[in-house]
Design a protein around this ligand. Structure first.
Ligand code: CUA
Length: 355
């Protein structure tokens, strides 16, 4: 009796969890709401394999139930031993051939998709077409750098891409292994430190509008205490808007007029500029780029990738980065700042905008 009660409790717990977790599907963060060519392909493969598995389970269950009922022991025949049979060519061929056919049905589109999704020839051409967009992604403990090599522009944390075209990525890491993942737009790819991985994604304009233009990106490889906080955002905009953004980024330079922000700039130039650049055009080699580029910090979606983007949270981050992102590389790199200095810094950083 007790055992029964226990299993019922477990069962209801699982049902509640299933219901709760089903609510986690957000259009900007769900592989089940694909938003582009890659995600569509991967989603249809998921559907196909699930359909095949469900079919097999149904057929096997029906045969199983039939056999259990049809050949059960009947009253009065307790001692009857049925006719003993061994080997049946027809059956054996059937249960060998059917799985082979099912596997072929699954394998052909899977292999085809694998080759399609790995087609990065356009990005590796000797002379790249003008409208082939390449982004170098560099993963770091716990932030992302996005470099547009053909435009000489660098940004961090917020990736900006044009919609309805293939965007090609060079993905690597500069410290430990990470993994670059935009769930709604396509499968993840490893960010390694000893090689460069290449792939492409396509961001659908209609789906981008549904998601208010922002897709969520995650690090998908356990990399340290703040792995779960190593988020980034993707702003997917029409090509024209993207071109305008690139132009603004190319020419962006901090223009500080506010007197408090000016004080902030002075503090920044003393304590922060060794690691952080404030112009999107940063010609230094990547080893020198040890912290996020802040060229368009004021336009960002989040503070430190996770907090809502406002001055209050920026001050919290500047005051005690460790409380926001444990294990981050900024903690302890600058001296204690007074509240006044933090206010000035926050004003200055929020003024770094291109939009
Ligand atoms: Cu980077 Cu997990």
């Amino acid at each position: 009796m007790k055992k029964w009660l226990h299993s019922w409790r477990l069962l209801s717990l699982f049902s509640v969890m299933a219901l709760l977790l089903a609510g986690c599907g957000k259009p900007f963060l769900s592989t089940l709401q694909p938003a582009g060519e890659v995600a569509d392909k991967q989603y249809s493969l998921m559907l196909l394999s699930t359909a095949i598995m469900v079919l097999v389970v149904i057929v096997v269950t029906i045969i199983f139930v039939y056999v259990v009922i049809r050949f059960r022991q009947r009253k009065g025949q307790e001692n009857k031993i049925p006719k003993q049979v061994e080997g049946n060519h027809k059956l054996e061929i059937t249960w060998t051939v059917i799985p082979i056919i099912l596997l072929i049905i699954l394998a052909v589109p899977t292999v085809k998709a694998a080759f399609d999704l790995a087609d990065v020839k356009p990005m590796n051409k000797e002379k790249r077409d003008k409208d082939t967009l390449v982004v170098n992604v560099r993963a770091n403990l716990y932030w992302w750098e996005f470099e547009y090599p053909d435009y000489g522009v660098i940004t961090s944390q917020d990736l900006v891409v044009p919609t309805n075209e293939r965007v090609y990525f060079n993905v690597k890491a500069s410290d430990v292994k990470h993994s670059f993942w935009i769930p709604a737009v396509g499968g993840k790819i490893d960010a390694n430190n000893d090689n460069k991985n290449q792939f492409w994604l396509e961001f659908d304009q209609k789906d981008a509008e549904k998601a208010n233009g922002i897709f969520y990106g995650k690090c998908a490889e356990l990399c340290g205490p703040s792995h779960a906080l190593m988020d980034f955002k993707v702003k997917a905009v029409p090509r024209e808007e993207f071109n305008q953004w690139i132009e603004k980024m190319k020419n962006a330079k901090p223009v500080v007029t506010d007197p408090v922000a000016k004080q902030g700039e002075a503090i920044f130039n003393k304590s922060c500029i060794g690691c952080h650049a404030v112009t999107p055009v940063d010609k230094r080699p990547e080893q020198a780029r040890t912290a996020p580029n802040l060229g368009n910090f004021g336009d960002r979606e989040r503070i430190a990738g996770v907090l809502e983007h406002n001055e209050e949270n920026l001050k919290k981050w500047l005051k005690d980065p460790e409380s926001v992102k444990p294990g981050n590389k900024m903690t302890g790199t600058y001296g204690q700042l007074t509240d006044e200095q933090i206010d000035a810094l926050a004003k200055y950083l929020m003024s770094l905008k291109v939009e």
